[in-house]
Ligand binder design. Structure first.
Ligand SMILES: C[C@](O)(C(=O)O)[C@H](CC(=O)O)C(=O)O
Ligand SMILES: [Mg+2]
Length: 318
């Protein structure tokens, strides 16, 4: 009921254990707190909170328009609804190294297990677009050092993202990754790698976990868990996947209403009422107060709460 009872400290320990387990950690991106619940329910290792999704959710492009306050607030709403560790996209850290330090503390306060800070110039852009620019090594290193020094929980994961492969060679990406680890990064997010071999090259250059970004319609092919595990990747994110799926389904449903005058043909694609109730744990609330969710079903029959949320309810109330 209410929020997750797993503390942020425990989630951070779980994340650390997962990253050193030798098993690839899968972190789908949640587009809201409810979808984070779904990710947990399906047995994933953690939840990713994407800057692109937070921006898109507000109807904005992913060019650094969202603020620390907005991101920390939304990430906190998502993190408290799941027992899983959450990693949030902190873009460029929302300013100069001092701002990066503050960002890390705010994200710690919001219950996150870790964040990544990238080396793009502002205005930043999606890592899979062309025309990106990265800051010089000194600035990139200062951001990560500030982030690592600012955290109060030593298990809060500071991941350094480098976008340098978009503008420079693989060797430059290896060198920058090494420098970022020396500055205190616990993990490396090499953005827009072009092949499995490139992931492996970064993996060989550093002795910290590396992340693979399996975002659709970008520069990286969509490698499988086995392929990524084989080249030594420790964590994979599917940052915008659920938002794209949900928005795709929403578009089809709207088309269907326009075309047919009813949403009837889209019902099969929808989450049922009983499944939704299961995810928000109506039963838990009802145990607390048995009057909270009695309601009338269309035929006038009184539905007991356990029926509404239980498997039988599926038949009666799709
Ligand atoms: C990972 C990423 O930073 C994000 O905000 O989710 C984006 C994802 C995307 O735009 O597809 C990225 O820059 O790769
Ligand atoms: Mg991003």
């Amino acid at each position: 009921m209410l929020y997750s009872s797993v503390t942020p400290e425990q989630k951070r320990r779980t994340l650390r254990e997962g990253l050193s387990s030798g098993r690839l950690q899968q972190f789908p991106g949640a587009f809201n707190p409810l979808s984070a619940r779904l990710i947990g329910d399906k047995g994933f290792d953690g939840v990713y909170i994407s800057g692109a999704v937070i921006a898109a959710d507000l109807g904005l492009p992913d060019i650094g328009l969202t603020t620390l306050t907005e991101v920390a607030h939304r990430a906190g709403q998502i993190a408290r609804m799941t027992d899983l560790p959450c990693i949030v996209d902190a873009d460029t850290g929302f300013g100069e190294p001092m701002n990066v330090a503050r960002s890390v503390q705010e994200l710690e306060n919001a219950g996150l297990a870790g964040c990544h800070v990238e080396d793009q110039f502002n205005p930043k852009r999606c890592g899979h677009l062309d025309g990106k620019n990265v800051v010089d090594l000194d600035t990139a290193v200062k951001r990560i050092r500030a982030a690592a020094d600012a955290r109060r929980d030593p298990n809060f994961l500071i991941m350094a993202r480098t976008d340098i492969r978009g503008t420079d060679s693989l060797q430059a990406a290896q060198e920058r990754s090494r420098a970022l680890v020396d500055a205190g990064a616990d993990a490396i997010f090499p953005e827009a790698m072009r092949s499995l071999t490139e992931f492996q090259a970064i993996r060989d250059a550093v002795d910290v976990p590396i992340l693979a970004n399996m975002t659709e319609f970008g520069k990286s092919d969509l490698f499988t868990v086995d392929q990524l595990q084989d080249v030594g990747v420790s964590i994979v994110i599917y940052p915008v996947t659920l938002l794209r799926s949900a928005m795709g389904a929403a578009e089809r449903t709207l088309d269907s209403i326009r075309l047919n005058g009813t949403q009837e043909s889209a019902l099969g694609e929808m989450q049922t009422r009983s499944r939704l109730y299961e995810l928000v744990d109506y039963e838990g609330y009802n145990r607390f107060d048995s009057s909270v969710f009695n309601f009338e079903v269309p035929d006038g029959k009184r539905a007991a709460p356990s029926e509404a949320a239980g498997p039988d309810a599926q038949k009666e109330q799709p």
